[in-house]
Write a protein that binds this ligand. Structure first.
Ligand SMILES: [Zn+2]
Ligand SMILES: [Zn+2]
Length: 345
């Protein structure tokens, strides 16, 4: 079969690879689509010590079960399947507390197991046992289903931040995950969603989202613009989805009293120290939350949102390319000229 084999930073090639063979406790999917994640771009450019090459990467996937091991229960050939791709141990204290996304024994598709930039992929036994393999409803098309993994991370973040009906939510950064954050905020009932962005390419892409107020912060102060747009009050929830220390620090100046800040984007090591006036947090009773990864239940919630048509999939998935052009897709991500790029084997 054809597969994108990763061999370290800068070394990613679409090549012939052996088709995975089903085992009694696994199943094999024929991949329908896999979207490119920011972490794929990071793997390609700087690498990640957790990824053990040679490895087929790609984890935002949907596929059809073409072989199901005899010991697998709950799935049959023909089922469309997506994955919660961070596979927790389900034995540790974090897992017992429902924080599987923080499990220290986590294994991940595209890091510890081969992923989905390939014609076929084996779903590991751990994933099936752990409830990470999830059937996709018929109404959710492939392009939507592939978004369930990134959406699940956004859902986890907005639950942490406590986004609720009537809120004004600011999302800082209109990359693919920023735009998904804007969509989820609306789905959670936010009355107003303000999305800030600098680069003209992404401003144009963000403006395709309905009922999202896009603020061009390329010139002028983002804090001032948000304050002005909210009658001086600031937002109920600010989601820092741009990976810069500067924007994280600004989030604390955009939030209203009693509001919440969620640090959604991770900052590079060594660039993650910010200065915050804690008086703002203390006197304003600000809730500060983080968000990392997601759990199978978040992926199921994501599929529910997709099934209900709450996410503008056409605005988010800007490109669809064949597997042979994966590197072109990664280049599009690098140039920020697309949001989600779907790879179709
Ligand atoms: Zn991802
Ligand atoms: Zn665990």
């Amino acid at each position: 079969m054809k597969a994108a084999l990763y061999n370290g930073p800068g070394a990613l090639a679409v090549t012939e690879a052996p088709k995975p063979e089903v085992k009694p406790e696994t199943m094999v999917l024929r991949i329908g689509l896999c979207t490119i994640c920011g972490t794929d771009l990071k793997l390609y450019t700087v690498g990640n010590p957790r990824c053990k090459p040679p490895r087929v990467i790609g984890h935002e996937l949907v596929g059809e079960a073409v072989e199901v091991g005899e010991a697998v229960e709950g799935f049959e050939v023909g089922d469309r399947v997506t994955l919660a791709t961070s596979i927790a141990c389900n034995r540790c204290d974090y897992c017992a507390r429902g924080l599987e996304n923080l499990c220290p024994n986590m294994k991940c598709i595209s890091m510890d197991f081969d992923g989905a930039f390939a014609e076929f992929m084996e779903v590991p036994a751990e994933a099936i046992r752990g409830g990470n393999a999830i059937r996709v409803p018929r109404e959710v098309e492939d392009r939507a289903a592939a978004l369930s993994e990134p959406l699940s991370c956004v859902i986890n973040a907005q639950q942490q931040a406590g986004v609720k009906p009537g809120d004004t939510v600011v999302v800082m950064g209109a990359g693919p995950l920023g735009c998904l954050n804007a969509e989820v905020a609306k789905a959670f009932g936010a009355l107003r969603v303000l999305l800030t962005q600098r680069s003209p390419e992404r401003l144009a892409l963000a403006r395709r989202l309905a009922k999202v107020e896009v603020l061009d912060v390329s010139s002028g102060d983002a804090v001032e613009q948000v304050r002005e747009a909210t009658g001086g009050e600031g937002a109920d929830v600010v989601i820092a989805a741009a990976p810069t220390a500067e924007s994280q620090a600004q989030a604390f100046e955009m939030v209203r009293k009693g509001g919440a800040v969620n640090l959604f984007a991770s900052l590079p090591r060594g660039e993650s120290v910010i200065e915050v006036d804690t008086r703002v947090i203390h006197y304003g009773q600000i809730t500060v939350t983080g968000a990392s990864d997601s759990r199978p239940r978040d992926v199921r919630d994501a599929l529910d949102l997709l099934q209900a048509g709450k996410v503008d999939v056409d605005a988010i998935v800007t490109h669809e390319l064949p597997l042979d052009r994966l590197l072109d897709g990664i280049e599009l991500m690098k140039q920020r000229s697309g949001l989600k790029i779907a790879i179709k084997p």
